[in-house]
Design a protein around this ligand. Structure first.
Ligand code: ZN
Length: 314
């Protein structure tokens, strides 16, 4: 059978990708899954796929890696940002089925401040078709190319710079949209809400449910000074520890790409935490930096088949 025939025959393709996926699980290290928002039924499907492997806590995965023990067939589940539409169902399910899971908590978000990407998306949505003056430059956002070029570069500022660089621009746009009676200031803060501290305090009593650091303000590490980044690591760690009465030993970089992280942040994280995860795709290898661990992101659109294909990775 030719490759083309295999790819067009879904039964054969499914069997073929399962064999390939099993080969990667048997030859290479474990995987750390990265979720943000996820439907509980989809999550259960994913767990079913990995049930035949061993689902271990992030601490277990990191400890085995550090001791140079094999991580083959191991799967660790992590969830970023702590959304209210996701965590309660996941906590109930993982408690009932005895599955360890790690949640990364951006502390300002829990305190009620919208994560920067929500504010950015609201500004972008409300600016469409409007005329705005920014830094004495006039923009007509009814013109598609101008709109996209401007918001792509504003998006990059959020991913690679500190909020000192992008918030003054956000303010100019927000104020003019309010003046033009397009919306109210509060509309820019519309967001998917997180769980609250009471929830985290209650759930953290269960050792299967672990709450770890994801900074205070959810800014890109590369955009912050070393001092400011270190302060955010320590402040978030202390805040979560004060709520959970458990040590916070793992860290997750906001945005998570190597370019969002930069070269200084991992050396700072190393002084404070046992490990750090990224959004770089890959499996765990003994030689990897413990402070730049790869993960495999999964979303609602990841059917069992897509999830199997995503695990065919070194
Ligand atoms: Zn995040």
């Amino acid at each position: 059978m030719s490759i083309k025939n295999i790819a067009t025959n879904s039964v054969v393709f499914n069997a073929f990708s399962k064999v390939l996926s099993n080969y990667y699980h048997s030859q290479y290290g474990g995987i750390i899954l990265a979720y943000h928002e996820i439907d509980i039924e989809r999550f259960k499907e994913h767990v079913e796929l990995f049930r035949k492997h061993e689902i271990v806590s992030l601490s277990e995965m990191v400890n085995r890696k550090k001791k140079k023990l094999s991580t083959k067939y191991l799967v660790t589940i992590t969830v970023d940002d702590c959304y209210l539409n996701t965590l309660p169902a996941l906590c109930d399910y993982c408690s009932a089925t005895q599955i360890p899971i790690t949640f990364f908590v951006p502390t300002d978000f829990i305190e009620g401040k919208a994560l920067p990407p929500f504010i950015f998306n609201n500004i972008k949505k409300l600016s469409k078709g409007r005329k705005i003056e920014i830094n004495n430059h006039f923009y007509d956002f009814s013109e598609e190319p101008a709109f996209h070029t401007f918001f792509n570069s504003l998006h990059d500022l959020m991913y690679y710079q500190s909020e000192k660089e992008y918030k003054p621009i956000w303010s100019q746009i927000m104020n003019q949209l309010v003046e033009q009676e397009v919306c109210q200031l509060a509309d820019f803060n519309e967001h998917n809400p997180p769980v609250n501290w009471d929830f985290i305090a209650a759930k953290s009593k269960n050792d299967l449910l672990s709450f770890q650091s994801h900074t205070v303000t959810h800014q890109a590490a590369v955009g912050l000074s070393a001092t400011q980044f270190e302060m955010e690591c320590k402040q978030s760690k202390h805040k979560i520890e004060s709520i959970t009465n458990k040590e916070v030993t793992h860290f997750c970089y906001p945005y998570g790409g190597l370019k969002n992280i930069g070269s200084t942040a991992p050396t700072i994280v190393q002084k404070i935490f046992d490990s750090a995860v990224t959004m770089v795709r890959g499996r765990i290898h003994a030689q990897q930096n413990d402070y730049l661990l790869p993960r495999i992101p999964l979303y609602d659109l990841d059917t069992k088949q897509r999830t199997i294909l995503k695990t065919i990775i070194k």
